[in-house]
Design a protein around this ligand. Structure first.
Ligand code: UDP
Ligand code: MG
Length: 319
């Protein structure tokens, strides 16, 4: 019998876990799929400050298909997912959020596609109606920039809700970068992909951990981890301002020779200094972003640390 792991990153989701367990029950009792599977529900507690850890431990006591992995602190969803993939033992892994925004009813469809031979079956949102206008606009722009600059088709409206075959899980595990942009990595690994549409639900309880600042951080990580286009942009900007300056220089020399130069020109100098200063700061900032990434990766720290794990040991658990 094939085994499927449901991987759920959990951060302060105490209010959602009981409802989540009830929603999963028909699935893991094999009442939703045409053929039975062996199930494992792996919850990764990403340093929750509420009662999530206690609830997870209780769920395991009630039903040993539930496994709980506690990280030593909050590492962020991206690393919680990596930890989960390291500890998952299934032939396929379904990643879903704990807040019931990802409907359990779509999972049988994903499994059907997996059985048909697809290796990465991802959920695609039918609409982003639950998001604000600004968020939707920014998402659209972001994906178009990423697509143009990296030549990689990171799909809009696609989140982390997906089913991965073991081969994709192992591919994802082989990428040990600590500043992960999982969405981009899913595209990077390739393999046979298939989409399944779903309606993104409202958060069951609590509020999203991803505010504006955290989304921006993720967006910058997405760009700096997949494309060096901003560095090239800085170079182009340098070239363009150098060429313009050169033309202006020639103009000034000729003008001084033939017409003379009564000293003045304070506004010109100020404009030039401010403009060039701005360009230089932008360029340094861009370079800094990349150096920052290099700095963080060269330290070679493990991406996450585990506090406790209760479940079936995977033969290849590693950190
Ligand atoms: N999450 C996590 N670590 C974090 C933040 C979030 O494991 O630092 C989990 C969270 O418990 C949920 C999922 O990631 O299961 C998605 O988080 P959230 O609902 O806050 O994000 P959104 O749905 O707004 O993108
Ligand atoms: Mg959510």
């Amino acid at each position: 019998m094939k085994k499927i792991t449901i991987l759920i990153p959990v951060y302060n989701e105490g209010a959602n876990l009981p409802a989540l367990r009830d929603a999963l029950r028909p699935l893991i009792d094999n009442r939703m799929t045409p053929v039975p599977y062996e199930w494992e529900v792996l919850m990764v507690n990403d340093g929750s400050l509420d009662n999530s850890a206690a609830l997870m431990a209780q769920m395991r006591l009630d039903d040993d298909r539930f496994c709980d992995l506690n990280l030593s602190r909050n590492f962020g969803k991206e690393l919680a997912m990596l930890a989960g993939m390291d500890y998952a033992t299934g032939d396929a892994v379904v990643i879903m959020d704990a807040d019931l925004q990802h409907p359990v009813s779509v999972i049988p469809q994903m499994i059907a596609e997996w059985e048909a031979g697809y290796q990465d079956v991802y959920g695609i949102r039918r609409s982003r109606a639950t998001d604000s206008r600004v968020k939707r606009w920014m998402a659209r722009k972001y994906y178009s920039i990423l697509k143009k600059s990296s030549r990689m088709n990171v799909l809009p409206h696609v989140g982390d809700f997906r089913l991965l075959d073991r081969i994709c899980v192992n591919a994802m595990r082989s990428l040990r970068e600590t500043q992960r942009n999982t969405k981009g990595l899913f595209c990077w690994i390739g393999y046979k992909k298939k989409e399944v549409a779903f309606d993104y639900g409202k958060r069951n309880a609590g509020k999203s951990a991803y505010g504006f600042a955290r989304l921006m951080e993720l967006a910058v990580d997405g760009i700096t981890s997949f494309t060096t286009a901003p560095l090239r942009f800085a170079t182009y900007m340098g070239f363009i301002s150098a060429i313009i300056s050169l033309i202006y220089l020639i103009f000034i020399i000729i003008k001084t020779i033939f017409i003379g130069e009564p000293v003045q020109g304070f506004p010109t100098i100020m404009c030039t200094i401010l403009f060039l200063g701005g360009c230089q700061l932008i360029s340094i900032g861009i370079i800094g972003e990349y150096i920052g990434r290099i700095f963080k990766e060269t330290k070679g720290r493990p991406p996450y640390l585990v506090d406790t794990f209760k479940g079936k040991p995977a033969d290849s658990n590693k950190n």
